[in-house]
Design a protein. Structure first.
Length: 270
């Protein structure tokens, strides 16, 4: 049986409580969208698992969104397809129903990652694409010096890349996704060269890891970062990031193709 919050959210975050302004700060970035579209390899029908407010659904021609949170479904534009109310671990679709599948900034929310990824593979006859963060690299970001509790939480929540690849099966690749300086999708690392943005409580709320720390952590973070920005201490250490056009941090795309696709491609080339 699904375990959900009153809002319908699955996993460890109640988006009914924190998701009200999500779409204002988490707007799809066109450069990241191109990376996702390339990974989908032209798949026409795509299931988007944990679709949220609909970011990056332009990456495919026909998208079927799946989203268990009422709050997130309510933030979807009327121009987007209506989201199916379901969880990743129990998708209401036939085997091989879709050309491709994607899940973006979502796997760390699932109650059973391996079960969800197996379902993702079951309903998909082509590429399965996961936009996520590498837990081994999350703490490399400068934010760790100001709010280690937040990134410790992130590192615990994001599943290991090897675990995801094994659950998806087939032939897999992992690619680091460069984050642009003016990234419009406001996850923590998107502000690598714009630290002032993380002083905005609404911007932080759009990153679910902040919901796991208490007010004391948030207050200490705000005080210390503001003091270091005012004194120039942040810029002395990290100011070079303000002009770096792209940042290669923990953001990655995991992509898997089923074995039969690999075999078909090989046979076609002989």
């Amino acid at each position: 049986m699904d375990v959900r919050s009153w809002d319908g959210s699955a996993g460890d975050v109640d988006y009914g409580a924190i998701g009200s302004g999500y779409a204002d700060f988490r707007r799809p970035d066109p450069r990241i969208a191109r990376v996702i579209a390339d990974a989908l390899e032209g798949a026409r029908t795509v299931v988007n698992i944990g679709a949220g407010s609909g970011s990056y659904e332009s990456a495919a021609t026909a998208v079927t969104p799946v989203e268990p949170s009422r709050s997130m479904r309510a933030q979807r534009s009327e121009a987007l397809p209506r989201a199916v109310d379901a969880v990743a671990e129990d998708l209401p679709f036939a085997d091989g129903e879709f050309d491709g599948a994607m899940t973006l900034f979502s796997v760390h929310q699932w109650s059973d990652v391996e079960a969800g990824l197996r379902e993702m593979r079951r309903v998909t006859r082509g590429p399965a694409v996961v936009l996520t963060c590498d837990p081994d690299r999350v703490r490399d970001f400068w934010l760790y010096e100001y709010a280690p509790e937040v990134l410790d939480t992130e590192a615990r929540r994001y599943p290991p890349l090897e675990k995801m690849a094994a659950a998806l099966g087939g032939t897999g690749t992992v690619r680091t996704v460069p984050i642009p300086l003016d990234c419009t999708d406001g996850f923590n690392e998107a502000y690598y060269g714009r630290p002032e943005m993380l002083l905005d409580p609404a911007a932080r709320q759009a990153c679910s890891a902040w919901s796991f720390v208490d007010d004391g952590v948030r207050e200490r973070f705000t005080t210390r970062l503001r003091d270091d920005l005012d004194s120039g201490a942040w810029d002395e250490r990290f100011g070079h990031l303000r002009s770096r056009p792209f940042y290669e941090g923990s953001l990655v795309i995991v992509r898997a193709i089923p074995e039969h696709r690999t075999e078909e491609h090989h046979d076609g080339g002989t």
